[in-house]
Every structure is written in C-alpha cells, then in structure tokens.
Write a protein that binds this ligand. Structure first.
Ligand SMILES: *Cc1c(COP(=O)(O)O)cnc(C)c1O
Length: 423
C-alpha cells in the first residue's frame, strides 16, 4: 500500500497505479545500492504530490510576475531560510529543476561562452556537467580535466595545481559522481585563489553527509556550491545553489530569467520539508550511519578480495574494480539486479573498457541506511555480491534467483518509508 494512498489514481487509471505499486514493491524488496538514490519520507511525498503544482510563480519571493503568491512566497522563503541554516550559507536559490540545470546556472552566472572551465574527468569520477565533451558544458566552454593518481586512486592535487597554473580556468569544479574519498575543499580553494578562478563545489552526492556533519563543508572555501536535493540529502528531485551575498544576484539572475521559467513549487515545498528533517539530530545520526555502513561494506568486500578504487571509502560511496574477477561491470550489475541487489556499472579510473561496458561497479549506502540497516548486515551483503559476481562469471542463473529470495527476506524486516505490503 502506497503511503500517501493512491486510491483515486487506482480508480481512474489502473494502468499507471499498477506500475507505481510494482515499482514501490521493487524498491521494498531490493537492496538498493545505487549511490545517488534514497527513500524520501511520506511527508516529502505528500508535499511533492500537493496542489502547489498548479501554481505559476516566475520570479522570487516579493518580486513575482504573476499574482496570487500569498502562500507560495512564504513556502519558498521557508525553503531558502532552512537551506541557509542547515548549510550555514548567506544565500540559497532553491529553484533549479535538478542538478544539471543548477550547474548550467553556475556557468551562466560566472562565465561567458568559450571561457575555460576545469573539472574532474567523467571517467575518473566527475560529472557530465563539469565540462565533459558530450555535455553542453563541454561544447560551449573550453574544458580542461584533472583525474586521480593511478597509484592511490585519489585526486591528484599537484596535477590540479599544475593544470590550473597552465590553463588559467575561470571556473574550477570540485566534487563528482564516483569519488569515494573526502574532498579537500581548502586545497581546491587555495589553487583557485592562486589562479584567480571561481571555485564551485558540486556536493550533489554528499550534501546529506555535510548537513549531518559526516563530511567537511565547502562553506568558506567555495565561492558557489551546487547540490541536488534527492541523493544523500533525502529530499525530492530538485537542486539548490548556495553562495555568498556577493554572488547572490548573479546566481539568481542565471536561474531565472537566465535558464528557467516558473519554479516547481511542489518541489520547493518538499525541499523545505526535507531540510527541516535534515536539521534534526536524528539526521546527523543517519549521516554518520551511512558512512559507518559504507566503511563496513567496503571492509567486507575487501576481505573477499574485491579491488576497491582508493582502497576503501570515507563517505557513502564504494567503487569496485572488477578487473581480474572474470566478469566486467555490466553483466555483473545485471546479474546483481536479478539477485535483488541494485547498483550500477561504472567506469573506474584509467578504465581500458568502454563507458557503456566498463570495468567497475558503483555502490552507495544512503538508501539501505534509510531502511535501517546497520554495520552488522554489511558482511551478508558483501557475501551476496561475491556469490553473484562468481555466478555471473560462470553464467549460473540459479544462484541469482536463490539470492533474490534471501534478499527479499532480509528487506522485509526493514520498513520502507512510503510503501508497505498489504497486511
Ligand atoms: C547527480 C549529480 C548531478 C546532476 O543531477 P541531476 O539531478 O541528475 O541533473 C550533478 N552533479 C553531480 C556531482 C551529481 O552527482
């Protein structure tokens, strides 16, 4: 049963309702290890499903282009004030539709087309929007890219500094999608200052850890901070840009009217709800448990002979290099999905294979921690992953279905926010 209920949807449109129910059951039964995913609270779901979606409100609180903003204005103000309090920033814009548009707004605020931007290379762990070639950000700007050291799997700050001195980027990105280690915001800030670049910290993956005090904050180091709201922060699909008073106007103008029209007010309300949740003491416990679980899972995987990029993790994310395990990332991820363990295939640094069939697997503990799993369950999950990867190498499907049953049994003991099986 979906919670909040979807009874009207069921009556009116059973085709859609059946698929929503089926997806909810899938989320309930699986060990969800996709590093960018989570389970939001029923309160966040209710805000997302509210009549606020009916309202247009181009502009900002107190300066709108449409009438009837008596209740939208205080909602957006709540979201902004909570973002400022949770992250300790001077200014927050909560209107970007998602992480990629938020990052485009950062370019719009600080750069002209053709300017040089420096970001982490996508196959090394960066994001498309940090200047990768197929992205608008790599086509409309001049990208230069840093990576990790081959021997440590960690960001090579000497390379970052040398590249920045040589290429003189106007904007430097730190943060990414597959970085299992703490980001040294102070070191990036020093490099940016030396070359006169704007430093943008993209904390999409780690925002919840920062909010909960389980990862250092970029505040005071980065000129501008972008984040999604739906990953470790456990809010609706959306994004925010945070900055200082100095850059507030440029950022706001870039989001609207630079790139967007009306903000998604139902999302804004849900962001406000999620930020109130993130300010509670139990969210700090959650954030620390996410990291404790990732550490325990990494240790259990390493014990089983898995090769982890950088040797382990400091945050919610683990990157496995499957080279030498007899099966590449894609078939391994497919076998794991069939066995009830959901993750994604991923490139690893210096991957000799193609991005659509790379050598690695990426895992994260944000979602399973929301379900209530703790360190004690991690060796079991590592054992299943080991068993399934071996079965995939031998193309033994019977093992996969047995593991799926065991996974279902485990997860039935941990309630899911937003859905429960019919009693
Ligand atoms: C997820 C992510 C984004 C993009 O977010 P979308 O909402 O998918 O557009 C941007 N940057 C980083 C580092 C991310 O992890």
């Amino acid at each position: 049963m979906h919670d909040p209920a979807i009874a009207r949807l069921r009556d009116q449109d059973p085709a859609v309702a059946d698929l929503v129910e089926a997806e909810a059951r899938r989320q309930y039964e699986k060990v969800r290890l996709i590093a960018s995913e989570n389970y939001v609270s029923p309160a966040v779901l209710e805000a997302t499903g509210s009549v606020l979606t009916n309202k247009y409100s181009e502009g900002y609180t107190g300066r709108r282009y449409y009438e009837g903003q008596q209740y939208i204005d205080p909602i957006e103000l709540l979201a902004v004030e909570r973002a400022k309090r949770v992250f300790g920033v001077e200014h927050a814009n909560v209107q970007p539709y998602s992480g990629s548009p938020a990052n485009l707004a950062v370019y719009m605020a600080f750069l002209e087309p053709g300017d040089t931007v420096m970001g982490m290379s996508l196959p090394m762990g960066g994001h498309l929007t940090h200047g990768w070639s197929v992205s608008a950000t790599g086509k409309w700007f001049r990208p230069v890219r840093y990576g990790v050291r081959a021997d440590t799997g960690r960001i090579d700050l000497d390379e970052v500094r040398d590249l920045a001195r040589r290429e003189r980027p106007k904007l430097i990105w730190c943060g990414g999608t597959a970085i299992p280690r703490t980001i040294d915001f102070a070191a990036f800030a020093e490099i940016a200052r030396e070359v006169g670049a704007v430093l943008a910290a993209d904390i999409a993956h780690i925002a919840g850890l920062i909010a909960g005090g389980a990862h250092p904050s970029p505040v005071g180091h980065a000129d501008v901070i972008s984040t999604t709201t739906h990953k470790t922060l456990r809010g609706p699909r959306g994004a925010m840009i945070m900055t200082t008073e100095e850059h507030a106007k440029a950022v706001d103008k870039a989001v609207f009217p630079g790139l967007q029209g009306g903000p998604h007010n139902h999302t804004t309300a849900a962001i406000a709800v999620a930020l109130e949740e993130a300010a509670r003491p139990d969210f700090a416990d959650y954030a620390h448990q996410v990291v404790a679980n990732a550490r325990a899972l990494a240790a259990a995987l390493a014990e089983r002979g898995f090769d982890l990029v950088s040797g382990g993790t400091d945050n919610h994310l683990i990157l496995i290099d499957l080279t030498g395990r007899g099966v590449p990332g894609k078939p391994a991820a497919q076998a794991l999905d069939r066995a009830g363990i959901e993750l994604n295939y991923n490139t690893v640094p210096f991957d000799p294979r193609k991005p659509f069939d790379p050598s690695g697997l990426r895992l994260g503990t944000a979602a399973i921690t929301t379900r209530g799993l703790t360190e004690g369950e991690m060796p079991r999950i590592a054992a299943w992953i080991d068993e399934v990867v071996q079965a995939a190498a031998k193309q033994d499907d019977t093992a996969l279905d047995r593991v799926a049953g065991e996974v279902r049994e485990l997860m039935a003991a941990y309630p899911m926010p937003g859905w429960a099986p019919a009693p």
